[in-house]
Design a protein around this ligand. Sequence first.
Ligand code: PLP
Length: 389
Amino acid sequence: MPIANSQLHVSDISPLIVQSEIRAMSVECDRVGGINLAQGVCDTDLPDFVADAAIKAIQQGHNIYTRLDGIESLRQAIAAKLERYNGISADPDSEVLVTSGATGALYAASLALLNPGDEVILFEPFYGYHVNTLLSLRVQPIPVSLTAPDWKLDLDALRSAITSRTRAIIVNTPCNPSGKVFHLDELRAIADLAIQHDLFVFTDEIYEYFLFDGTRHISMATLPGMAERTITISGLSKTFSITGWRIGYLTASRQWIPSIGYFHDLTYVCSPSPFQHGAAAGLVELPDSFYAELSTEYQQKRDQLCSALADAGLAPSIPEGAYYVLADASRVPGETAHKKARHLLAATGVAAVAGSAFFTQGRGENILRFCFGKKPEDLDRACAALRSL
Ligand code: PLP
């Protein structure tokens, strides 16, 4: 279904259900015994004491609903981390909300702060859940295109996407799927427009510790005038490799927290109680070196995969952060990215995601997304197989 004026509509939701595309590739990959570089689940081993703290919490009876904003020790640990790493001062009692993953945070914030018919700008290529969250609430996503290889902000395009109906801008940094990290000048330009047009900025900073080549993560909320209008979203799914635990959080001005908390309670009730205890232990006890090693380890994985892709003739756009790489799949047979992904799986045993899942309709058809958040032995096998293409 073509998209008029590059706007997406609720009726376009099914082709955009990116997660189902990733799941479908994963099922197909399992069926043929392939190597799954489609799914964005990192395979880093969870530190034992984090799991032990969750198990102990179950044994000690922390098995019931928590306060709707999360347990106190976790809110305090998040506030301390926000201060230390992000430079954001947040009161753990009134400005931090523990959520069911970053997904639950964006959903609850959108329910609380957006209305049907509002427009929200996001950058393309985008993370499908962001688009689908908006569409499910009858909010109109307005994609602003960024172009490979550096995905630089197109300020004119952003400016002209703003209308009287625009209510917010979503900034995902580092970004899934492009690996783009928004730099200070770009964040400042977005902030200026947000202030000028009185917009919210929702940031998704879930990959904030996956940074390469010395790139720095900057939180939008630290820019002048932005603390009041930024909803900063992150979580531990990726940092601790606990995507199934559903531990995310957001911080925002205290004027927004009660209504966001109300909608989070309504949709998710609370983040799982024992896992909140495990996450708090991890945040309190893990040394800074744990986070620094993530970047070192994932940068090596990025380099390994990008060099295999280049050798295979699938030119990669080198990511500055997160753990995905978009590659040019022009040389893989198939008229669509979907068919190319299936061809690649059949030819090499490596599963990737069709690039079309991250773009408005008709774009991304020559692109495949690969995830390098994988165990070394799996990445070795995948790279060898790709080189045989
Ligand atoms: N945000 C982005 C950009 C992601 O890529 C993902 C997962 O792939 C999520 C959020 C999901 O985070 P969570 O598990 O905390 O809901």
